[in-house]
Write a protein that binds this ligand. Structure first.
Ligand SMILES: Nc1ncnc2c1ncn2[C@@H]1O[C@H](COP(=O)(O)OP(=O)(O)O)[C@@H](O)[C@H]1O
Ligand SMILES: N[C@@H](CCC(=O)OP(=O)(O)O)C(=O)O
Length: 276
């Protein structure tokens, strides 16, 4: 397997890595995420973060744990929580001397050529200034009722689209699970981790089912859709456990962690630092 040097990377973090099981915001986890991405940014990598968690943060700030059923209420919750989420990110990244910016996107924004050009130009301009763009779906406008073309089913898909559009070398998807297994480990105690996927065979597709946790949405199905987008663009993706986001540094250093999707292997950027 030929090793490819990583310079530009997208990290996707799911709600389960940002919100604890009791519904409170996982501040230590967000701090470690900010530390890891700042370290990479500082070492010359170009980093984009795709972060879920708006609804989770909204629930936490209202001291609730159950998502409301009505779409408008979910959207109100996301718009409330997005501010809280970015307040925390902003604070934590600043502790590591890194500036961040926010982009809230719908699928239209990446599909219609003029919108797409504007979005991509914005991301490029931010990366040139070593500012970390933090992207989430624009939940308050992302429904068919509001006459938008389509919605992202989940941020997994959004992260893969962003990664391929900006020509990222690597997408790291942080989840509540160690990687892709041959069946859902939450339902099957004998499930085995699949370490490398160069191609999405029918057996691999059959292994993936939906989410079995309270806060997650897409489960493994949307993660495999993301992997498909990445494999079609001949890029690399690593799906791993985001319990400790410092795992990102190990992945970028080429350590075999979680499930690696791709036909190349990871070569870290040559920096003056040996390892993080
Ligand atoms: N083959 C599989 N391998 C691993 N996890 C699977 C598989 N099939 C279904 N899952 C489920 O997908 C979940 C991860 O997706 P999700 O709950 O959406 O998490 P996140 O919030 O991290 O995006 C796992 O916790 C697991 O229950
Ligand atoms: N845009 C939504 C993402 C919804 C969601 O739960 O996504 P994920 O945790 O990535 O499965 C939010 O910020 O709450």
């Amino acid at each position: 397997m030929e090793a490819k040097m990583i310079r530009r990377l997208v990290v996707k973090v799911g709600t389960s890595s940002l919100v604890m099981k009791n519904g409170r915001i996982n501040l230590p986890s967000i701090d470690r995420l900010a530390y890891s991405l700042s370290a990479l940014n500082n070492a010359g990598y170009q980093v984009v973060l795709v972060s879920s968690g708006a609804m989770g943060a909204g629930l936490a700030s209202l001291n609730k744990t159950q998502r409301p059923a009505a779409i408008a209420e979910q959207q109100a919750l996301a718009s409330l929580g997005q501010v809280e989420l970015m307040r925390i990110y902003s604070q934590r990244f600043l502790d590591y001397q890194t500036r961040i910016a926010q982009l809230l996107l719908t699928r239209d924004n990446l599909e219609y050529p003029l919108n797409r050009t504007n979005v991509l130009n914005t991301i490029e301009a931010l990366l040139q200034q070593k500012i970390v763009p933090i992207i989430n779906e624009n939940d308050p406008v992302s429904v068919d009722e509001l006459d938008h073309h389509t919605t992202f089913s989940d941020n997994d898909e959004l992260s893969a689209l962003v990664a391929t559009r900006i020509g990222a070398d690597l997408l790291i998807v942080l989840s509540d699970i160690d990687g892709l297994f041959d069946k859902d480990p939450h339902k099957n105690a004998d499930a085995k981790l699949i370490e490398n996927v160069a191609e999405l065979t029918p057996t691999i597709r059959l292994s993936a089912t939906g989410s079995s946790t309270r806060f997650g949405t897409g489960g493994m199905v949307t993660k495999l859709k993301a992997a498909e987008t990445i494999l079609n663009a001949d890029r690399q993706m690593v799906l791993c456990n985001g319990q400790d986001p410092r795992v990102i540094l190990k992945v970028v250093n080429g350590q075999p962690i979680g499930t690696h999707f791709g036909r190349h292997s990871i070569k870290p950027l040559a920096t003056d630092k040996e390892e993080f």
